[in-house]
Unconditional design. Structure first.
Length: 349
């Protein structure tokens, strides 16, 4: 565990390394502007990071047959969104996913990546919640001054949501600095709250549902309470990979969009059974026990990205020094490869 300041220093170092590696990768791979290869010569196997005891959208898409002749090559499980997209930028994987603000940060630092589809979000059923012990004296944002909040990583979704919550509830910049964000692995967050190692913690998905079902915790606030339903993060590919393998990127992106549509329109019990089957047959020594808590996929518009998905974090991006002017969302993403993305309110084509 560590505090915000020291971890941000590490984060900058990792990002700098990612940029240098990504730049070298692009230059060595194409020796200039990348051009598309013929369809038969395009990459058909995509290295990726998964998530323990759960099913990612690409894994679901592959199981449903939506990825055509593309194959997924699992190289391990991700530790955080920023690390996931850094691995994509450096060529350790073909794609990665992270919070929109982390995508902006990596691109603004010079990494040649582009977001192609939203892959997670929040709605009334599934959201990022921030919890304290049921008997905690913490009732308001002001009560968090001088307290510790567990998050899975710094500079990502939970960090931005907490800062926004504190700002909206009238805390000054100096007061916000006194709220300590402590990095705790998601699987350990519940116990860290219960044992008093932290005063509050961020929980989402089945980890949240399991903690709430156990009892003894109380919700303080949630991202859904702040913003309503919204998309939180995107899958990215390197620009050179997109340029050389457009058909592959299109098949992947549209396949993921179809998986989002399937999970959004299929009865919950059927979705849970599909997830269970996928985990069971991949033989990674995982548990399916928490899948019973699945509620919704929480991704709007078949994954189509909107400007608002980045503009929502405008204040946080400027306050943290990632941007020195208002966010220009269109530079960070494209819906070109998502055949299910519409026009207008669903996102740009």
């Amino acid at each position: 565990m560590g505090q915000r300041t020291s971890k941000r220093t590490v984060s900058r170092t990792v990002i700098a390394a990612a940029i240098m590696s990504a730049t070298a990768l692009v230059l060595s791979a194409c020796g200039g502007a990348a051009t598309a290869q013929s369809a038969k010569d395009q990459v058909k196997t995509l290295r990726y990071e998964g998530s323990a005891n759960s099913v990612t959208l690409p894994e679901l898409a592959a199981d449903l047959g939506y990825l055509g002749d593309l194959k997924l090559d699992w190289v391990g499980n991700t530790i955080s969104g920023p690390a996931s997209i850094q691995n994509a930028a450096t060529g350790n994987t073909e794609f990665g996913g992270a919070f929109a603000g982390a995508v902006v940060k990596l691109q603004e630092a010079g990494a040649p990546v582009k977001a192609v589809i939203n892959y997670y979000g929040s709605d009334a059923k599934s959201f990022y919640g921030f919890y304290v012990k049921a008997d905690s004296p913490i009732k308001t944002a002001k009560d968090l001054i001088g307290r510790k909040i567990a998050v899975n990583t710094l500079g990502a979704h939970a960090d931005a949501v907490i800062t926004t919550y504190l700002q909206k509830n009238g805390l000054s910049k100096d007061e916000i600095k006194q709220v300590q964000l402590v990095v705790v692995a998601p699987n350990d967050t519940e116990q860290a709250i219960r044992h008093g190692q932290v005063d509050a913690g961020a929980l989402s998905g089945v980890l949240q549902d399991n903690a709430v079902a156990t009892g003894g915790l109380r919700s303080l606030f949630s991202d859904y309470g702040l913003f309503g339903a919204f998309a939180g993060g995107q899958y990215v590919f390197r620009n050179d990979f997109i340029a050389k393998n457009p058909d592959t990127v299109r098949t992947f992106t549209t396949g993921v969009a179809k998986a989002i549509q399937w999970a959004s329109t299929t009865p919950r019990a059927t979705v849970i059974q599909r997830f269970t089957d996928i985990i069971t047959k991949r033989h990674r020594n995982e548990s399916t026990a928490t899948l019973k808590y699945f509620k919704s996929i929480a991704i709007p518009a078949n994954g189509a990205i909107q400007d608002e998905d980045f503009q929502r974090w405008n204040t946080w991006l400027k306050d943290t020094g990632i941007l020195n002017k208002d966010v220009q969302a269109s530079k960070y993403y494209t819906n070109e490869f998502n055949a299910l993305a519409g026009t207008g309110t669903e996102g740009k084509k």
